[in-house]
Design a protein around this ligand. Sequence first.
Ligand SMILES: Nc1nc2c(ncn2[C@@H]2O[C@H](COP(=O)(O)OP(=O)(O)OP(=O)(O)O)[C@@H](O)[C@H]2O)c(=O)[nH]1
Length: 193
Amino acid sequence: QTQGPGPKAQPQGTDPPRSRPRAQPRPRDQLTVSQVMLLGDSGVGKTCFLIQFKDRAFLSGTFLATVGIDFRNKVVRVDGVNVKLQIWDTAGQERFRSVTHAYYREAQALLLLYDITNRTSFDNVRAWLTEVYENAHKDVVIMLLGNKSDVTGSRVIRKEDGESLAKEYGVPFMETSAKTGMNVELAFVAVAK
Ligand SMILES: Nc1nc2c(ncn2[C@@H]2O[C@H](COP(=O)(O)OP(=O)(O)OP(=O)(O)O)[C@@H](O)[C@H]2O)c(=O)[nH]1
């Protein structure tokens, strides 16, 4: 004769049922915070680069030089992990250098921009890197970006020149456009990674 369904007898000698373990946050749900600093000469497009990343917008024809430092947050997902980027947009003008210096040490990543239509901004990359090596944390992640790559007529810095300068300093390089959005997200994700 087969037994019908019914409550199963608790086997003798077994442990009492335990309460369910509290769910631990999986690594993919954790939020990592990283500080990223935008550097480079005044007018290379740092503020536009940040606005393009944050809002996917480009304010054409307007140039309001940053005063001191400004910052915005954005969360990016890298390899299944959420990374909150705290992005500091620094003033490129010399007179604000002492303000921005104070932030170097806290930065975990630096995006150093030059303008492909402006030779001086490219030549000044060496001076920016000297400042970085003197003031930033030794493990800081640095990336060199040739911005305004959407401009074709007045380009004065070839892509190869940017690549070889980056190679000389052992940093990764990309050409970007804060206007079209080309490589903007990619650059932030690369440093977040
Ligand atoms: N065509 C083009 N113009 C750009 C691009 N990025 C910025 N600009 C223009 O360049 C000018 C300067 O841009 P900003 O983003 O204000 O420059 P910045 O580096 O933040 O300048 P500071 O705040 O003084 O350090 C503005 O007139 C922008 O419209 C780009 O990718 N392509």
